[in-house]
Design a protein around this ligand. Structure first.
Ligand code: ZN
Length: 282
């Protein structure tokens, strides 16, 4: 079985300090938490940034730069920057895609529209086309975030139309209130859509983080954990850091006899160029 790629989703866009005091908010906190995850065994960090004055998610390029530059200097982490903006707020396309200017290794691409947080998280066909095209132009690999089977179908159609290049990398996000459930049946069903050389990972939302991770571990998929997806370590007990959640996955991998990929191994598995290559031409 392939080595396990662990992604840490550091902060997301909406968890507040009232919900958990451990959520990183400032660029410095996001960098420190990412670095700790790297030391713990994460190969990828999935990054949002927060406006330090409001604590809410933002697509402010300078804030992203204040996270990306120190992480590039201090780690060899694979950086995956969000293009979600703030789900439900539906920011203009240019604002969502501004992060591509930083030439990250990966950028998230939410593969369709769904209800989220009581609102519509709009990812129209036009947006998907525009985002996919700009990612190809900028040399950024999309991480296809798939919340239900219709989104998997959309990815395959875009691939057939030449808008997405092989090998695809898919992040199944399961257990949101209006998306596919976090069940073994749903995960197996979704993986049936994958193309032969695609890589996939799963993010179980909330209390599903552990069960979905365990399934991915034995199915040969990869795992995303982090405070963006679940603020609890276990029932009734807050996770005290992102690294704590990464450490648990590393222990699970050891128990199941699966080795953990370091960033350079993960880069090769995902078909990414070496760090620095894209930046030199940027
Ligand atoms: Zn995210």
């Amino acid at each position: 079985m392939d080595k396990l790629i662990i992604t840490a989703a550091i902060t997301g866009s909406h968890i507040t300090r009232q919900q958990t005091p451990y959520i990183p908010i400032t660029p410095e906190e996001i960098v420190a938490s990412s670095e700790a995850c790297w030391r713990a065994g994460a190969a990828i960090v999935h990054l949002h940034v927060r406006d330090p004055s409001t604590g809410q998610g933002t697509q402010d390029l300078e804030l992203f730069r204040r996270v990306v530059e120190p992480l590039r200097a201090r780690t060899d982490l694979i950086l995956c920057l969000t293009t979600s903006g703030i789900p439900g707020r539906n920011l203009p396309t240019d604002e969502r895609l501004v992060v591509l200017e930083l030439r990250p290794d990966l950028a998230s691409l939410d593969a369709g529209t769904l209800n989220l947080g009581g609102r519509v998280f709009a990812n129209t066909p036009d947006f998907l086309d525009e985002a996919a095209e700009r990612m190809i132009v900028q040399g950024v690999k999309p991480e296809l975030e798939v919340f239900d089977s219709g989104m998997a179908v959309a990815c395959l159609r875009m691939r057939a139309e030449g808008k997405l290049n092989d090998p695809l990398h898919v992040q199944f996000v399961l257990g949101t209130p209006w998306g596919a459930p976090a069940t073994a049946k749903a995960l197996v069903h979704l993986t049936d859509f994958l193309t032969e050389d695609a890589t996939w990972s799963v993010a179980g939302v909330g209390r599903h983080q552990l069960s979905m991770g365990t399934l991915a571990l034995v199915m040969g998929g990869h795992i995303r954990v982090g405070l963006e997806d679940s603020i609890y370590y276990q029932r009734g007990e807050l996770a005290t850091s992102n690294a704590q959640l990464v450490e648990r996955v590393v222990c699970m991998a050891e128990v199941f006899g699966r080795s953990v990929a370091d960033p350079s191994e993960a880069r090769e598995m995902l078909g990414l160029t070496e760090p620095g290559h894209q930046r030199e031409s940027a």
